[in-house]
Design a protein around this ligand. Structure first.
Ligand SMILES: Cc1cc2nc3c(=O)[nH]c(=O)nc-3n(C[C@H](O)[C@H](O)[C@H](O)COP(=O)(O)OP(=O)(O)OC[C@H]3O[C@@H](n4cnc5c(N)ncnc54)[C@H](O)[C@@H]3O)c2cc1C
Ligand code: FES
Length: 283
């Protein structure tokens, strides 16, 4: 796995929806190794921000040596990315993380919001019966048509302007859909709902966690998440999302909502170093 920082050229950039951008990078070394569900660390050119921003690989065009990322402007780093043009240079590192393990089972590819982009590369690689269930805020259904070239697509939207009004599980139920395996990426409440739905229905479920990160390569413990099993070597119930993930079997990791995070911090239950969804990285 190439984990060195490389300087690459932006091939093209376009706006897909309000605050959502698609960027193709000329990055042959990284594209050659990329697998669905992996991510790259993207450095800003603003030297005051040291930490790279983790962004999922949306597409890898190995033939032309290009990588695609699709991102939402969340803060200063992604705002800077949105201002770049074709021909500009930036530094990236990757591909990082484990990615999805592809299985030949009837599959749901579930993406919520900015968790949708990795589902495009996954849809291209999965050679099985597959339905992409995509959750949007509104009618700005970025990537749905492109994913639709490789999988059946079912849409849920928060405001009901397109597809089923509600979340991805509402859409699965409303359309009477069934699958034997789930691959998912999206916000924590969605992943918590899917973990429960999968357990209740006996479905194998793999989730990609989009935790805040610092080094991105397993060195700083800035992205640690609580696990079910104790690591025999370190004797803790922790795992690094950047290095051991971001994809985990949903049964193996603990997901916390905001109240549970607060409860864990205030009760002092941090003895095993768990910082899942609580860490604030300062630059
Ligand atoms: C493995 C992985 C894959 C990701 N893939 C994508 C992707 O394909 N497209 C995309 O748009 N985003 C993706 N993200 C989220 C992306 O990394 C953050 O939105 C980005 O780092 C924010 O940087 P910023 O400088 O713009 O904002 P900051 O100023 O750093 O943060 C702005 C706001 O976003 C929150 N934030 C920062 N990082 C994250 C995070 N990792 N998850 C949730 N909230 C965060 C901050 O708490 C803050 O409230 C991914 C994250 C991970 C860990
Ligand atoms: S971000 Fe440093 S260990 Fe994961």
């Amino acid at each position: 796995m190439a984990q060195k920082r490389v300087n690459v050229t932006i091939h093209s950039q376009e706006k897909l929806a309000e605050g959502i951008y698609s960027m193709w990078l000329d990055a042959p070394e990284v594209a050659a190794e990329a697998k669905p569900g992996q991510f790259i660390a993207v450095y800003t050119n603003d030297q005051s921000k040291l930490l790279p921003r983790p962004i999922s690989i949306c597409e890898a065009d190995k033939e032309n040596g290009r990588l695609r990322i699709v991102y939402r402007i969340a803060g200063a780093g992604t705002l800077e990315f949105s201002q770049y043009h074709a021909g500009d240079k930036l530094d990236i590192m990757g591909p990082l993380g484990n990615g999805f393990t592809l299985q030949n089972k009837k599959a749901f590819l579930i993406g919520g919001g900015i968790g949708i982009p990795p589902m495009l590369e996954l849809a291209k690689h999965l050679d099985c019966e597959k339905t992409a269930v995509l959750g949007y805020r509104d009618a700005e259904t970025f990537l749905a048509d492109e994913i639709g070239k490789f999988a059946d697509v079912v849409i849920a939207s928060d405001d009901g302007s397109v597809g089923t009004k509600g979340n991805v599980i509402d859409a699965i139920k409303a359309n009477g859909l069934k699958a034997d395996i789930i691959y998912a990426c999206g916000p924590t409440p969605m992943l918590m709902g899917l973990k429960k739905y999968a357990a209740e229905n006996g479905i194998e479920c793999y989730i990609s966690l989009e935790e805040k990160m610092a080094c991105g390569i397993g060195a700083c413990l800035g992205c640690v998440c609580h696990t079910k099993e104790i690591d025999e070597h370190a004797n803790v119930r922790n795992t690094r999302i950047c290095k051991d993930g971001p994809v985990f079997n949903a049964e193996d990791v603990e997901l916390l909502n905001t109240d549970q995070q607060r409860e864990r911090i205030t009760s002092g239950h941090q003895t095993e170093g768990c910082k899942c969804h609580t860490i604030k990285i300062k630059e």
